[in-house]
Design a protein around this ligand. Structure first.
Ligand SMILES: [Zn+2]
Length: 485
């Protein structure tokens, strides 16, 4: 029996298209209201798809996974991460946003080789999978040559993650306000060569500089070219001093707003801008931890909700912060509740009930993420017929039992160490707490070799003390930005 189970496991990781797997007697948070939450239910995976989610499924002729002591939920969706930056992990932990532009843009970005793009994207995607993030929007804005694009895409594909490769300009095109045009000939080539269909596990989008980082003329031309290639658009707006130029109103004035458009950060937008995003069918992506630490502004959860925009959640840069979704959900919820509580205290009011819940946070980190990635027809909830992108959390560890509130346990209690299994499109990429068929030691050696060479080319010591000069070009209040350093 055990040998048969092992054989079944082997076949499943081998991605047998008709393999059936059933997870029995688990707590299930489906994130689909029609499927609901269950304290004891079975999840049947058939090939690439979720076939059924319900209690007492009965005989299934499938590989059996014991789901007691488990919570099963959809994989998380990170809707904005500059994955190439993971080679520079944590260098900017103490940097301002202006220093990030100075150090990462002003120095390191230009020095990346295509192989650096590959290894960063490959490792960054594996890091996300290990953390239960099954869909990643790779906001790839260091495409210094066609080979850089090709290798970033290869890194994503080799990892086995579901991803959106958002093509986002060369390093030198990011010095605000840049009047360098975007290489749309190469974007069209990538669309043709790598993404002739939108049905693959990796799909494509355009990561626009937008009115904060390039001219409105370029922005207009680029939005129109991206849409002519049928690419969704993702764009930073409302971050820090760069975001005070009413970027959304500028987009609106040129008639550039529309569906399949994600607005990232949104911290410093005004009420009208939130309303415009909602009215035109846009989606939002909030990166609370980076925004709080680096000065983009206060996370915009209340502004989004006030105007009917249910946001998605993103990690942004692993040069500063960690790469898991538990931290981001906790940060966004705590800081948003904290702002509301502080205001109520000032006004001598009590807040009751709380205005955003752990179930909201799970919705933002899964289904709303899938909507922002334009992939909610395939992923984001445990809905029969969708692809089987799901995670299994072990609740038998000290930080998880007793489970009195499953959604609360995931958002407030869990960490990466609790993730037993991760499935992407029916394939087990993590089982028993370990990524399947990945040699971490070999990977670490390769990463170390690339990062040592990169720092050597830059002439920067890797001693934990690098503190680059701030870059304040393009910000509206240069003297203030400069004076703070
Ligand atoms: Zn970003």
């Amino acid at each position: 029996m055990k040998a048969a189970a092992r054989e079944g496991e082997r076949r499943r990781t081998g991605n047998d298209p008709m393999q059936r797997t059933v997870i029995r007697n688990a707590i299930v948070l489906s994130m689909d209201p029609a499927v609901g939450e269950h304290l004891d239910a079975d999840v049947l995976i058939e090939g690439e798809k979720i076939a059924a989610v319900r209690p007492n499924l009965g005989p299934a002729d499938a590989l059996e996974i014991d789901g007691r002591d488990s919570i099963v939920l959809p994989g998380f969706v990170d809707t904005h991460r500059h994955v190439w930056g993971c080679l520079l992990r944590n260098v900017s932990a103490d940097w301002s946003l202006a220093q990030y532009f100075g150090g990462v843009r002003g120095l390191m970005g230009e020095l990346y080789t295509p192989d650096d793009m590959y290894i960063a994207d490959y490792c960054g995607a594996l890091e996300a999978l290990d953390a239960g993030i099954t869909t990643l929007v790779d906001w790839s804005h260091n495409i210094n040559s066609p080979a850089h694009a090709d290798m970033a895409i290869k890194g994503l594909r080799d990892s086995g993650i579901r991803a959106v490769f958002a093509y986002g300009n060369a390093n030198k095109e990011w010095f605000a306000v840049s009047d360098l045009p975007t290489n749309f000939a190469d974007i069209a080539r990538v669309r043709r060569q790598h993404f002739s269909s939108d049905d693959g596990l990796v799909t494509m989008a355009f990561a626009a500089r937008g009115p904060q980082f390039t001219t409105l003329e370029h922005t207009e031309s680029e939005f129109r070219q991206a849409r002519a290639l049928d690419l969704p658009i993702t764009v930073h707006v409302g971050d820090g001093l760069w975001g005070l130029n009413k970027p959304v109103e500028q987009l609106h004035a040129r008639g550039l707003m529309g569906p399949r458009t994600t607005y990232v950060h949104c911290c410093t937008l005004n009420d009208r801008e939130f309303q415009l995003m909602a009215d035109t069918g846009g989606t939002t992506s909030l990166s609370a931890e980076v925004e709080l630490n680096m000065g983009q502004g206060n996370p915009a959860l209340w502004g989004c909700l006030k105007h009917g925009l249910r946001p998605s959640v993103s990690i942004d840069v692993c040069t500063s912060v960690g790469g898991d979704m538990f931290t981001q959900m906790r940060m966004l919820m705590s800081v948003s509740r904290g702002f509301a509580n502080a205001e109520a205290l000032r006004e001598r009011r009590l807040i009751h009930p709380v205005q955003v819940t752990v179930r909201d946070m799970l919705d933002f980190a899964t289904l709303q993420g899938a909507k922002a990635a334009n992939l909610d027809h395939r992923t984001g909830s445990l809905t029969p017929g969708k692809d089987a992108d799901l995670i299994v959390l072990n609740t038998a560890s000290l930080n998880m039992f007793p489970v009195n509130n499953p959604a609360g346990a995931v958002v407030e209690g869990a960490h990466i160490g609790n993730i037993d299994s991760v499935f992407v499109k029916g394939r087990a990429v993590k089982r028993h707490g370990k990524l399947v068929d990945i040699d971490i030691t070999a990977l670490r050696r390769r990463m170390e070799s690339n990062v040592s060479a990169l720092f050597a080319r830059a002439g920067v010591a890797r001693d934990g003390n690098w503190s680059p000069a701030p870059y304040v070009g393009g910000s509206e209040t240069r003297s203030v930005a400069g004076a703070s350093h």
